[in-house]
Design a protein around this ligand. Structure first.
Ligand code: HPA
Length: 233
């Protein structure tokens, strides 16, 4: 059954979907890691594929950038396609000296400057957290693979070009490890629909040291994160 943003037929999408932000990365990852990958979506070039990894069916689909975009795609995957688990695999900026370029952050919770949770009409501030079962598996796999990883809180922001140059320090002082732009909406959507979500991030730039990784370096560190996500699935 198609949605306004996804032309997949019922049954074409696996119970677990890995979501990078960039649809071309979704295509690359599906071609590289999945056996018998079949494309299920082409609407708005938000490519999605289903194939198998070590005998298990898994899908990979782009989420686009920002909370409105991942909010739409995750809602449709959970509510219309029977998806149970979404694992976002993305990049982030580091807020902390000890969180280095190419390290992996396994996201436990998100702060936000977005009003995404306004829709739930809660009498307070909603704290968006990842699914503990998925998080526990990710930590075990990260240990096994001997990668540099951190588990903790991040900022999911609506803003890439912050006018407030001090905001990284303020969030860092409250323990946030880094910044990206999607996970709060993903975790809140999963909670609302009684589903599961997790985010794995590789650090692509630092707001402390101002270093940046090259696209080639990002590709490499992405590999370890991708393997963790696939093995959870
Ligand atoms: N800000 C927001 N999102 C990001 C960043 C950043 O510095 N790096 C990667 N995703």
């Amino acid at each position: 059954m198609a949605t306004p943003h996804n032309e997949a037929a019922t049954g074409e999408i696996a119970k677990t979907v890995l979501m990078p932000g960039d649809p071309l990365r979704a295509k690359f990852l599906a071609m590289t890691y999945l056996e018998d990958a079949k494309q299920f979506n082409n609407v708005r070039n938000m490519f999605g594929y289903t194939g198998s990894y070590k005998g298990k069916e898994v899908s990979i689909m782009g989420s686009g950038m920002g909370m409105p975009s991942i909010g739409i795609y995750s809602h449709e995957l959970y509510s219309q396609y029977g998806v149970e688990n979404i694992i976002r695999i993305g990049t982030c900026g580091s807020f902390k000296k000890h969180v280095h370029l190419r390290d992996i952050i396994i996201v436990q919770g998100c702060c936000t400057d977005s009003n995404f949770a306004y829709q739930f009409e809660l009498p307070g501030v909603y704290s968006a957290i990842s699914d503990y079962g998925l998080l526990e598996k990710a930590v075990a796999l990260a240990k096994e693979k001997n990668v540099n990883y951190h588990v903790g809180n991040i900022l999911s922001s609506d803003i890439f070009y912050h006018a407030d140059k001090n905001s990284p320090e303020k969030w860092a002082s409250m323990g946030c490890l880094g910044v990206e732009m999607e996970s709060y909406a993903l975790f809140a959507t999963a909670a609302y629909l009684n589903k599961r979500a997790l985010t794995l991030l590789t650090v692509s730039d630092s707001l402390v040291s101002k270093e940046e990784t090259t696209p080639e370096e990002r590709e490499k560190s992405f590999t370890a994160m991708m393997e963790i996500a696939l093995e959870i699935a």
